[in-house]
Design a protein around this ligand. Sequence first.
Ligand code: NAD
Length: 504
Amino acid sequence: MTVQQEMKTLTHFIKGEEVAGTSNRFSEVFNPSTGEVIARVPLASRDEVKHAIQLAKEAFPAWKKTSIGKRVEVLHRFRQLLVERQEELINVICQESGKTKEDAKGEIVRGIESVDMAISAPQMLKGEYSVNVGGNINAFSAKSPLGVVATIAPFNFPVMVPLAITSMAVAVGNAVILKPSERVPISALYLSQLWKEAGLPDGIWTVVNGDKEAVDELLENKEIQAISFVGSTPVAEYIYQTGTKHNKRVAAFGGGKNFMIVMPDANLEQTANAFLGAAYGAASQRCMAISGALVVGKDTEQRFTEILKNKISQLKVGPYTEQDVDFGPVITKQSKETIIRYIDGAVSEGANLVIDGRHPKVCESSNGFYLGPTLLNHVAPEMTIFKEEVFGPARIVVGVDSLQEAIDLINDHELGNGVTMFTSSGAAARKFQEEIEVGMVGVNVPIPIPVGYHNFGGWKRSKFGEGHMFGPDQARFFTKAKTISERWPDETEDTTSSFAFPSN
Ligand code: NAD
């Protein structure tokens, strides 16, 4: 598939084929770096989704019966293709998301970690076995795939998140339906081609493009056994409540407000460098982006803000096609306007603009959705900009008097995805690790995103339901256990009826 072809009307990917939409509803796909429309994506009707689910259901039994070794061979080939086509895939990601090439490459590498994890499925699927649990009975448990499972992805990682929520699901034997973000459907269609080339049987990987209508069918359709969702907190909550109401297994990963605690004993130069990339990378459109610094002590706060101010003013915003760009545009014009409203609102609530990125100088002729890096201080916990996730490059500095105050503020926050702390004190780090109410915790690490073989997931309103992304938990989420008790008596054994409850 070439970039030229992608600039037309897009399709779904059903039973191994590109299938044109029939709903006559479309959404525009933008190149955020130029503001141009590069494609239109069909928005599936409920009937189209039903049809895709039916075809996936028909494909499932044969894939389930395929030996785990053979299934994993397909994943090996898929992994190889991701590596071989990396440059093409980088271009697709950059074009529809506005990320820099370096950032897009990073997301592919992290996505491949999930494929690697899925390649270890044979290890994950090994069951448990007990000999002679009573009366020559052996007991064992085996893990079975669930059937047709649905995955729903956000815009900000067009490749990494789909790979994270689908790879293990495929490996353990399910038929997977992906509903990508309507902002970045081209990457998902590109992955579909790679799966086909890798030899995945038709119907095991499906892409239905769409919006709420398609999602609602996935949530309600009785053939869907589980839903793995990644996106904003309000939608995650809706997915969890609706999916579980329809008796589905649901893991719904939501938004984050991820603070960096800066202790007076931290190396402020190193900490500021860490803050810059973690806070503004990808135009801050990461669920694990650092949203702000909680700086302990007045003097540290002033020095840290001054260092940040100098460094931030040197950051370069621009299109992925230019060299040395630190980050690109935000995803849409509406998103840009929302972020500007957050900044305006914070100023009217009393915050101070240290750096104002509302009107960045990029290329004169560009209509891209650019925002420069913005830093606000004098931010209080009651302000909206402290309480809500801001998915764009407006970051905050908050002064606190003690580590305890910083921990309390974070623990009181409704979101709990990631957090980090910069310090040279082991005792402070230990207190922080023990007391903080957040799912992913870093010490002297800019973004504490776990590697692919550790579990990923936030606490509080950053995650609804059970199960983690990445890591061994994925294999558990996408399988169900069957426990079998088995006895093979010979002629001489006593098999008379017993009316007592079975015991050892
Ligand atoms: P979003 O919630 O708007 O959309 C996510 C998905 O849900 C998309 O596929 C979209 O089509 C669908 N959707 C949107 N509104 C819906 C509705 N009302 N009903 C049903 N489906 C709906 O999120 P986004 O803007 O694409 O992505 C950014 C958000 O995702 C941020 O909040 C970010 O923190 C979060 N995110 C979280 C993680 C995580 O691991 N926790 C990872 C990446 C992104």
